[in-house]
Design a protein around this ligand. Sequence first.
Ligand SMILES: NC(=O)c1ccc[n+]([C@@H]2O[C@H](COP(=O)([O-])OP(=O)(O)OC[C@H]3O[C@@H](n4cnc5c(N)ncnc54)[C@H](OP(=O)(O)O)[C@@H]3O)[C@@H](O)[C@H]2O)c1
Length: 227
Amino acid sequence: MGAFQDLGCRTTHCNSEVLQRCTLVFLATKPHLLPGVLQEIAPAVTRDHIIVSVAAGVTLQTLQQLLPAGTKVLRVMPNLPCVVQEGAVVVARGSCAGEQEAALLRSLLSACGLCEETPESYLDIHTGLSGSGVAYVYLFAEALADGAVKMGMPSALANKIAAQTLLGAAKMILETGEHPAKLRSNVCTPGGTTIHALHELEKGALRATVMNAVEAATMRARELGER
Ligand SMILES: NC(=O)c1ccc[n+]([C@@H]2O[C@H](COP(=O)([O-])OP(=O)(O)OC[C@H]3O[C@@H](n4cnc5c(N)ncnc54)[C@H](OP(=O)(O)O)[C@@H]3O)[C@@H](O)[C@H]2O)c1
């Protein structure tokens, strides 16, 4: 609370007071606490409110069931790089939220990075791809730098160059709009260094392993949501 006060935000310990003063309300408690909070605020929710949940695994159906009929509800799934305004956020709207509410949310959340509206069923896939995906990328960055350290580069420099390599490669995918396979093939000189390295990655089944990782995290997100 102190951090928000330092930013000049008004804070309160009373959830219904938030509902009285604001029409756009974000719910960002831990998922297991959310049903209690919904029960607490439900009497104060009107058709003017837009209720946005960030809680992983709490479905639109649950949110709508615990709030008065007709409430405009949306779900948002962010990822960690939102803290540096390079997040990947997806938004799904409930049955009573319209294009206007979705557009408002997309415009607000675009300050956090990329923001796309999707069907609710994509939210768990987004967790597998992007929420957890950040950790796969850190692992890859670490391995890239370790390879360079093994070949004699100091660790601090190797980490910096590995991160910039990921940033540059990602920016080229977004800015050129090219498929990654095309960009990758552009880097491969016949008989050159890159194709030799890619052959090693194929021997280690990098692509199948990463696909399995996205699948495992998505399945786990679905499992947690069903509890
Ligand atoms: N971090 C991510 O990248 C990410 C990604 C996707 C989804 N999420 C979701 O984001 C949510 C928050 O995660 P987090 O890691 O930020 O949790 P967190 O650090 O525990 O923050 C939870 C917040 O909820 C507040 N809170 C607790 N009980 C409350 C109540 N009864 N009424 C009102 N506010 C209450 C806490 O306030 P006090 O500090 O004052 O207690 C705190 O500000 C979770 O549902 C998670 O699934 C996070």
